[in-house]
Ligand binder design. Structure first.
Ligand code: TMP
Length: 208
């Protein structure tokens, strides 16, 4: 059976990380070999780029720089981790991918999506995720959760309107392509969300 490329998206504090751990466990129980990874990051170079992007040493970073660094990390990730894993028949679970660039750099910061599409085509060729789960949570709830967890990174410091624009882009992308995207109401107890994730994955397994 061929591998599948599944990405997980959402605003801050949507509970992606908890659900990804569960997704890995569930898929492994069904006999799939799983690679769990994240963006920006997922490789030694990518993790260094992540530190530059999320840290506060370069707070005034230009939008083009920010976007190109996201794609630099992504190019490395694709070459060293994602493509080899898929070629070996593994399932790749990725915590954020290019949808996050459309949402954060596009919606959040105002970069035209056509620019992002050029980089997407260049870095990825025809490769797109097979399935994308979007964990949706009201902005205020997500920010409150994220704030409880750790000190704010360079993105978490933004104002509420920035996160509302991000949420709107995610919801729009889900609506435009219902075959690839599934939206989950993440403003519910972890166990309830987890049960829905399991149903979605079971359905997906039947299709593969
Ligand atoms: P997270 O993985 O802990 O959610 O943090 C990653 C941060 O990076 C998050 O604030 C979203 C942001 N991000 C972008 O702005 N663009 C991207 O393309 C990706 C992958 C992440």
């Amino acid at each position: 059976m061929s591998g599948q490329f599944i990405t997980v998206e959402g605003g801050e504090g949507a509970g992606k990380t908890t659900q990804l751990a569960f997704m890995r466990e569930y898929l492994e129980q069904t006999g799939r070999r799983v690679v769990l990874t994240r963006e920006p990051g997922g490789t030694p170079l990518g993790e260094e780029i992540r530190a530059l992007l999320l840290g506060h040493r370069h707070d005034g970073m230009a939008l083009a720089t920010e976007t190109l660094l996201m794609f630099a990390a992504r190019a490395e990730h694709l070459e060293r981790v994602i493509r080899p894993a898929l070629a070996a028949g593994h399932w790749v679970l990725c915590d954020r991918f290019t949808d996050a660039t459309y949402a954060y750099q596009g919606g959040g910061r105002g970069l035209p999506p056509e620019r992002i599409a050029i980089l997407e085509d260049w870095a990825q060729g025809a490769l797109r995720p097979d399935l994308t789960l979007v964990f949706d949570v009201p902005v205020a709830v997500g920010l409150e959760r994220a704030g409880r967890r750790s000190a704010a990174d360079r993105f978490e410091r933004e104002e509420t309107a920035f996160f509302e624009r991000i949420r709107a882009v995610y919801l729009d992308r889900v609506q435009r392509n219902p075959d690839r995207y599934r939206i989950l109401d993440a403003n519910r107890p972890v166990e309830t969300v987890r049960a829905e994730v399991q149903i979605l994955l079971a359905e997906w397994l039947e299709r593969c």
